[in-house]
Design a protein around this ligand. Structure first.
Ligand code: EPU
Length: 421
């Protein structure tokens, strides 16, 4: 039987825990190694299934990868050996698509399987249309055939690109394509996520000329060649938020260290609104949970708005609140899959389209539940920590994609959680 997490709920979590590095910064940083023949040395890369998947993909594309202590990961693509991101990898990890821009910019050709099939993805079934539209603006010839996108260009040319919506990996892909293009590219309506700014820092260290990353307008002046660099990945604001929410939901007292609070303002404000007492001191964030959470409304939106990747965890918390909360998910369709599972634990949640109405209950009961995606899994783990009795969360491989040693971290805070199977 695949691994499950068994949680005996009801223990308030207490103590200090170090934030890991951000998955969503590490993945594009690894892909950036495709842009140069020189080594790219990354520090603090988290040990996650998605990082392993990205490593395998890059090795197939010609990267030599070596790993040292504390997440030190060196990648060198002396020669690109293949132009293709195959379906088996892209279908397990949508973020594989971030190899498209750098591969095309470095070699003039890239083939990437269409992601499809992602449970939380895709408006109108064209979830990477903005990436492709932008690359076409940079002069790439794009064809879609047999489930693959093929992009070709002898040398990309700078252009003004305004995406129809804010897309994180889309912005990253276009930024990585534009750094080697001829002339100036302006990305309007760019994603402002800290992970985008982190990637820009790495690219700049490699010799790229980028201004405005972290704002909605990024200007990139193409260069002919990039070199190697050393770069430390930023802390994971979603993991840190999840650990603080674990403190809040159990009425505990948890301090996350090594975090970047300014990346987390929306999450921290919402935890406070729910009644948690927060103290920020440098890179340390302390969260003392309320006796019972207060109700609050949440609308997910691109950074600096409330992150969709914290929506499920907050739903678990609000499910125990005194009162009625409304959660509006504006980023992904079909990202309420945890709601039905929370209801199996006694939550009262009704969803309709992009809105969930959460009627707080006094307690959850432990139950067998099934994880459906990464953040939904985290939501169920939080509910299990607060529940009366035993919760068994199955399909934890979703959790392993994006949380480094989560059950060990929770154990160190006093949680009664163990992995079986
Ligand atoms: N979209 C399109 N067309 C596009 C691109 C996006 O319609 O060409 C839509 C998407 O379908 C979605 C919305 O735009 O409805 C936003 O998607 P975005 O492209 O911003 O998402 P992403 O880049 O694929 C990243 C994170 C996600 C996170 C989202 C939103 C990485 C590797 N992934 O995904 O992280 O939820 O941004 O912040 O950076 C996670 O870590 O659990 C996770 C899913």
């Amino acid at each position: 039987m695949p691994a499950r997490l068994v949680i005996e709920g009801g223990t308030p979590l207490r103590g200090e825990i170090q934030a890991s590095a951000a998955k969503n910064a590490a993945l594009p940083a690894m892909a950036a190694s495709l842009l140069t023949a020189q080594p790219v040395a990354l520090e603090n890369v988290p040990a996650l299934a998605d990082v392993v998947t990205m490593g395998s993909l890059l090795e197939q594309l010609g990267a030599e990868m070596s790993a040292g202590p504390d997440g030190a990961t060196s990648l060198q693509v002396t020669r690109v050996a293949s132009h293709e991101a195959p379906y088996d990898l892209v279908s397990t990890m949508r973020a594989s698509v971030v190899v498209l821009g750098p591969l095309l910019a470095r070699t003039g050709v890239a083939r990437v399987a269409l992601p499809g099939g992602c449970a939380i993805g895709g408006r109108g079934g064209r979830p990477i249309d903005q990436h492709l539209k932008g690359l076409a603006r940079l002069g790439a010839d794009i064809t879609i055939q047999n489930g693959y996108v093929e992009a070709r260009a002898s040398r990309l040319k700078g252009a003004r690109i305004t995406t129809d919506l804010v897309t994180v990996t889309g912005t990253e892909n276009l930024m990585m394509a534009a750094v080697l293009a001829e002339g100036v590219t302006v990305l309007e309506n760019a994603a402002r996520e800290p992970e985008v700014a982190d990637l820009a820092r790495l690219l700049t260290a490699m010799g790229a000329r980028i201004e405005g990353a972290g704002t909605e307008r990024i200007e990139i002046e193409g260069v002919v060649e990039l070199g190697g660099a050393r770069h430390r990945i930023i802390p994971d604001r979603i993991e840190a938020g999840t650990l603080l929410a674990a403190g809040a939901i159990t009425g505990g007292d948890v301090t996350v260290t090594g975090a970047t609070p300014r990346h987390m303002t929306a999450t921290l404000a919402k935890l406070e609104e729910c009644g948690a007492a927060l103290t920020v001191d440098g890179d340390r964030i302390r969260c003392v949970g309320p006796e019972r959470p207060q109700a609050a409304d949440i609308i997910t939106s691109p950074f600096p708005g409330f992150p969709t990747d914290m929506q499920g965890q907050m739903m678990a918390l609000l499910g125990l609140a005194d009162g009625l909360s409304k959660i509006t998910e504006t980023i992904f369709e079909n990202r309420f899959m945890h709601a039905a599972e929370l209801c199996r634990m006694g939550a009262l949640i009704e969803t309709e389209g992009s809105i969930a109405v959460v009627r707080g209950v006094k307690a959850y009961q432990g139950a067998p539940v099934m994880a459906t995606d990464l953040r939904a899994s985290a939501s169920l783990v939080l509910a299990g920590l607060a529940a009366r009795g035993t919760t068994e969360v199955s399909r934890v491989y979703h959790l392993d994609r994006g949380y480094e040693a989560l059950e060990k971290k929770l154990q160190s805070l006093g949680a009664r959680i163990r992995r079986v199977g």
